[in-house]
Write a protein that binds this ligand. Structure first.
Ligand SMILES: Cc1cc2nc3c(=O)[nH]c(=O)nc-3n(C[C@H](O)[C@H](O)[C@H](O)COP(=O)(O)O)c2cc1C
Length: 165
């Protein structure tokens, strides 16, 4: 089966999770696509995994452009959507806000790939913002509050399902 794994991120988390996914699908012909570099149209693929990073409540620009240009083609192809974001409790809200209803309704799954707040992977203002976000989590009244991370186990579960196709 020909599978397109298309992602848009800034600091490497979405890319890392999509590389992992591709490596776990040896029985399929997988095309990995960084939407910010060279977008690949969904047409001609049997299945598409599509998504990207959330910053300031918005989906990465390259993913938004892809939805505008290829959303109607994507609707017609079996697909799974994913998001990379640090605030797990906001994942469902973000998915509803950031993907068109028709893509959500048609999706076989909508998967949370986790999200990092790692200042070492950020530059300039982003580094400062990530440090502030980390402090806010650490200083929160919820003693259980933990710093977020990527979720390769969610990617492995998705891969287990896609290997059966
Ligand atoms: C400047 C900045 C803003 C962010 N804004 C949000 C946000 O609004 N909601 C959220 O859940 N995570 C937010 N994050 C966390 C990112 O979603 C997280 O770092 C994710 O792993 C980024 O994916 P990427 O490495 O593929 O770019 C933000 C991160 C940065 C650096």
């Amino acid at each position: 089966m020909k599978i397109l794994v298309a992602y848009a991120g800034k600091s490497g988390g979405s890319r890392e999770m999509c590389l992992l996914l591709a490596s776990l699908l040896p029985n399929h012909e997988v095309v990995l696509c960084d939407l910010a570099e060279a977008p690949v149209a969904p047409t001609g693929f049997d299945y598409v995994v599509f998504g990207g990073a959330v910053r300031f409540g918005k989906l990465h620009r390259a993913a938004r452009t892809y939805i505008k240009e290829h959303g109607s083609a994507l609707e017609t192809i079996p697909h799974t959507l994913f998001l990379c974001c640090a605030f797990a409790d906001q994942f469902e809200n973000y998915a509803e806000m950031l993907f068109p209803a028709v893509l959500l309704e048609g999706a076989e799954d909508i998967v949370y790939f986790g999200g990092e707040l790692n200042p070492a992977k950020q530059r300039g203002l982003d580094k400062i913002i990530v440090r502030m976000m980390r402090s806010a989590i650490r200083d929160s009244e919820d003693d259980e509050a933990m710093l977020p991370g990527l979720l390769p186990e969610h990617v492995r579960m998705l891969a287990d399902r896609l290997r059966q196709l």
